[in-house]
Write a protein of this length. Structure first.
Lengths: 118, 170
């Protein structure tokens, strides 16, 4: 049984947006890492992970994101997470991911934050 | 007429293959909705059941799809009692669960992962491996109350993830 996830990369207003649709579990590792590498190879400085409200994320998915955070720190990239449900916002805070990635309710608000910082 | 405090039991068998934990997660959510759990508690339950089943698949049966993980959901008016049984084909359960050190993981001082049991502890009211000499494999029990008001008064003093000498009557 393979988890269903769709990962797409787009560029908008100075940011790279990685759209995730589906379960963020161990099955998503390759797709998410490929999308991140694609974004980084294009010199992205601001990367927004855009989740859907009903996406499911388990501990393996969190471990994938910790790996991304690790890479992003080395590359001096800013990570932003948008669209997470209240439940996963809570988990991200509990785990400590919010020390390394800012959470926003939507991509629009994440983009506005990037524009403010310049 | 069925007495109001009757326990309803749902028993599932899923293949020990990653991905099937989703079946148990959604079944548990369905039972909790019937009990009137809030959406927030259902989200917590789903995370706990998913992580427990993932552990049972990965560590309790080494992702061998010929094996089975059994999930027993026992529901009464106030709580859901969940038992996850695996064949015990893999590693022994850990004796302690440490808080995650994400800084160490990000700085490469410790490997990423190992969050599953810790997450379960944060989500449910009780979580522990049951020591049952009559049963082969691992038994992991979780209890989640419909609301925090329905927890037993002494529960706040109980350390989760302790071993339990007794059996399970589900």
């Amino acid at each position: 049984m393979n988890a269903e996830i769709q990962v797409t990369v787009r560029f908008e207003r100075g940011a790279t947006i990685i759209d995730l649709a589906g379960d963020v579990t161990t099955f998503a590792e390759e797709a998410i890492n490929e999308a991140y590498q694609h974004a980084s190879s294009d010199g992205a400085r601001n990367i927004i992970f855009n989740f859907r409200e009903d996406d499911y994320i388990n501990s393996a998915g969190i471990a994938i994101l910790i790996g991304i955070v690790t890479e992003a720190r080395k590359r001096d990239q800013r990570l932003l997470m948008a669209g997470l449900s209240d439940h996963f916002q809570k988990i991200f805070r509990m785990v400590g991911l919010t020390q390394y990635a800012d959470l926003y309710p939507s991509v629009e608000e994440a983009l506005a934050s990037i524009a403010e910082r310049g | 007429m069925i007495p109001p405090n009757t326990t309803r039991v749902v028993e599932l068998k899923i293949p020990s293959e990653l991905g099937y934990e989703r079946v148990a997660r959604e079944a548990a959510a369905t039972v909790a909705r019937r009990l009137g759990f809030s959406p927030e508690r259902i989200d917590e339950l789903k995370t706990a059941v998913d992580e427990a089943c993932t552990n049972a698949i990965r560590h309790g049966s080494k992702s061998d799809s010929r094996m089975k993980v059994v999930v027993v959901l026992s529901a009464d008016e106030t709580k859901l009692d969940i038992l996850v049984k695996d064949p015990g084909a893999g590693d022994s359960p850990p004796s302690e669960v440490l808080d995650p050190d994400i800084q160490a993981q990000v700085e490469g001082r410790s490997p990423a992962g190992g969050l599953g049991l810790w997450l379960i502890r944060q989500m449910v009211d009780e979580a522990y491996f049951v020591e049952d000499s009559e049963s082969e494999g691992n038994l992991f029990r979780m209890i989640i109350y419909r609301t925090t008001d329905e927890r037993r008064p002494a529960l706040n003093d109980v350390s989760p993830l302790k071993s339990d000498e007794g059996g399970h009557d589900a």
